[in-house]
Design a protein around this ligand. Sequence first.
Ligand code: DON
Length: 319
Amino acid sequence: SEAEQRAFTGDLPSVSATARTIAEAHRRYRGLDDGDIADYIPVLAEADPSWFGLSLVDTGGEVHEAGDVEMTFSIQSISKAFVFALVCQARSHEFVHERIGVNNTGLPFNSVMAIELNDGSPMNSMVNAGAIATSALATGETPAEKWETIRTGLSRFAGRSLDLDGRVYRSEIETNQRNKALARLLESYGRIITDPLDSVDIYTRQCSLSVTAHDLAVMGATLADGGVNPLTRERVVAAEVARDTLALLASCGMYENSGEWLFEIGLPAKSGVSGGIVAIAPGKAAIGAFSPRLDSAGNSVRGQRACFDLARTLGMNLF
Ligand code: DON
């Protein structure tokens, strides 16, 4: 088909065809009620299941959107992708490879067993243990400085100043005994460079940053554009760092379903339990999707279906 051929040419279809495809995907899936809202973080259970936003930002800065694209929600695990990029930029490719790792665990995002089965390795920066260890590596002498590095760094990806949602942060910090346990377990193996609970606190803050589907698309488009934000034209990370981040997202971004996701959709992507997904077509564009109902791995059901359609119809699939 034309779309399949286009996947190899590097071009998106015309502006009007792209806009039409986004609107159609939104219309097709807005009534889909499969999946459940995350409730293990109490405040997330208050989400309205009807929320659904789709945004596509291309590397030329063109924006196409449908639905609730200005609705704010906590970024959750999607922060892991961009914190990884900042740490990779500040340290090095070899450093993150050796200290954290880049292989999929094949297990859920909060698995204790994944650490135990791998000699205490956090395995990769996309699961909770690896993300907590990665946040500890952010530039800064104190936890407050590391947090500021992360908040300002993610803001540069988004092209606007991002803020913490205090209600989400407090709800999560009071109920995240499991993340604290993961951090203590890493400490017992000598795999975390700061006080483990300080690092959990930074990680919980980064997960509580408030974003929109539009923000996710801009952040993803910065990776698609080799590290340059296509709206502000600011270079946020080096091109090699954008490439390393996309490689990690391809293997680990959708947790234990990363293989299925790559097989069906063919794009590096990252999801979060509040219902966000960012999917990136290198050199072309990124999709930001938001809808709170999740499948059993913690990935937005409507967001996945919409990404599937967009990847096919717009010829975004990498392969
Ligand atoms: O640490 C947690 O459990 C949450 N702050 C983030 C988890 C998450 O988003 C997993 N994503 N699907």
